[in-house]
Design a protein around this ligand. Structure first.
Ligand code: SF4
Ligand code: SF4
Length: 365
């Protein structure tokens, strides 16, 4: 593990470092998004309890030629970084390794989020040298709890642990620069094991662990609510304090628990604020059918697509009148239900609105 080598800075106020974009945004100029999230497929080898991807029987995979060349288009448009995740398991697309290599040739920092089970030695060799960061989604230190949480067989946990060991060894032997991180979800079932789960993550070689709780909406496969809301606060505080003793220069932990008010969610029908969703100008989503969407709420909702990469380049789509009209529509339309509760732009929206509301005190540093 080596947080200080691989991940130093990930906790910085990165939105506020977007000087050029913030200037353009403030003055009403056009600018490319800092981040594009790319979904290579909606298929998945797991069926996680907390998944809100709303998977349908129809499998969608982004067209090979589009996947192979979209990174060039993002780079040409001025995009800052690409996160490969989306509504399925990215490694299920056969050409992912080649596409990542193409993206790296254009100097695009690439983050891959995966459940990690489908890595092979060959895929590790082809993908890892070109990554900026690798995130293994939602880890456990016990095969049975993992299988229950991820809706899969216990063999997937064993496979994953072997893969993590391969990844850590390869990073060390080839001196690869990528950061290595994971999420641990606090649940009523793992609370008593939480310290050992995080210690397991440290010992196996992660640089950083994010301890949180899943948000839910009506698309979620199950809704167990936020576990931390029902726990004894003193007991929870004691466990968190014990876990924080694992932190050192090479291994960092962040807690974001609902009971502490750290989990932001998007607006509901009655708490909606017009023009609040400014984050859609800085972060956008490319779906596995080539459609470019503003945010999670509209994922798969074609009338809200900015355009399709099968028909136009990313630059053409981003500079189009259609995108401006859809943005206006998004900013003006309250949600119908709880679809925004899993909003991925929350923190971004929050920071940007804070920035807009700067008071006369702004220059007293
Ligand atoms: S949360 Fe991720 S890994 Fe789990 S079922 Fe959904 S897409 Fe697959
Ligand atoms: S999901 Fe989209 S519309 Fe909903 S709060 Fe987030 S940015 Fe706004």
């Amino acid at each position: 593990m080596s947080y200080k080598i691989h991940m130093m800075g990930q906790n910085d106020p990165r939105t506020l470092y977007q000087f050029d974009r913030l200037y353009a945004w403030k003055h009403g100029f056009e600018f490319a998004p800092a981040t594009v999230e790319l979904c290579t497929t909606n298929a998945c080898n797991q069926n996680c309890k907390y998944c809100y991807a709303g998977r349908t029987a129809t499998v969608c995979k982004i067209q090979d030629d589009i996947l192979l060349h979209c990174f060039e288009q993002f780079a040409d448009a001025g995009v800052g970084a690409v996160i490969i995740q989306g509504t399925g398991e990215p490694l299920l697309h056969d050409l992912l390794a080649q596409a990542i290599e193409n993206g790296a040739k254009r100097n695009l920092p690439i983050w891959l989020t995966t459940n990690g089970v489908l890595f092979s030695d060959d895929l590790c060799r082809r993908i890892l040298p070109f990554l900026f960061c690798l995130k293994i989604s939602v880890l456990e230190n016990d095969a049975e709890r993992y299988a229950k949480q991820h809706g899969c067989g216990k063999s997937q946990w064993h496979r994953l642990i072997e893969n993590i060991e391969t990844i850590v060894a390869m990073r060390a032997s080839l001196n690869l620069p990528f950061g290595f991180t994971s999420t641990v979800y606090l649940t009523e079932h793992n609370f008593r094991h939480l310290y050992h789960i995080v210690k397991f993550c440290k010992d196996i070689g992660f640089d950083f662990v994010y301890i949180s709780e899943p948000s839910h909406n009506t698309k979620s496969l199950s809704n167990e609510g936020y576990a931390s809301d029902h726990m004894d606060r003193n007991e929870l505080n004691d466990v968190c304090a014990q876990i924080m003793e694992l932190v050192d220069d090479d291994f960092k932990i962040t807690f974001k628990l609902h009971c502490s008010g750290d989990i932001l969610t998007g607006a509901g029908m009655h708490t909606w604020e017009k023009n609040y969703c400014q984050g859609i100008k800085f972060y956008t989503i490319v779906n596995c059918d080539g459609e470019v969407y503003p945010c999670w709420r509209y994922w798969g909702n074609k009338p809200y697509s900015y355009g399709n990469l099968y028909e136009k380049s990313f630059s053409e789509i981003w500079q189009s009148e259609q995108r401006k009209q859809i943005e206006k529509l998004v900013m003006e339309t309250p949600p119908d239900g709880d679809e925004c509760l899993v909003c991925g732009h929350c923190r971004l929206n929050d920071l940007l609105n804070g920035f807009k509301k700067a008071t006369k005190w702004v220059h007293f540093l």
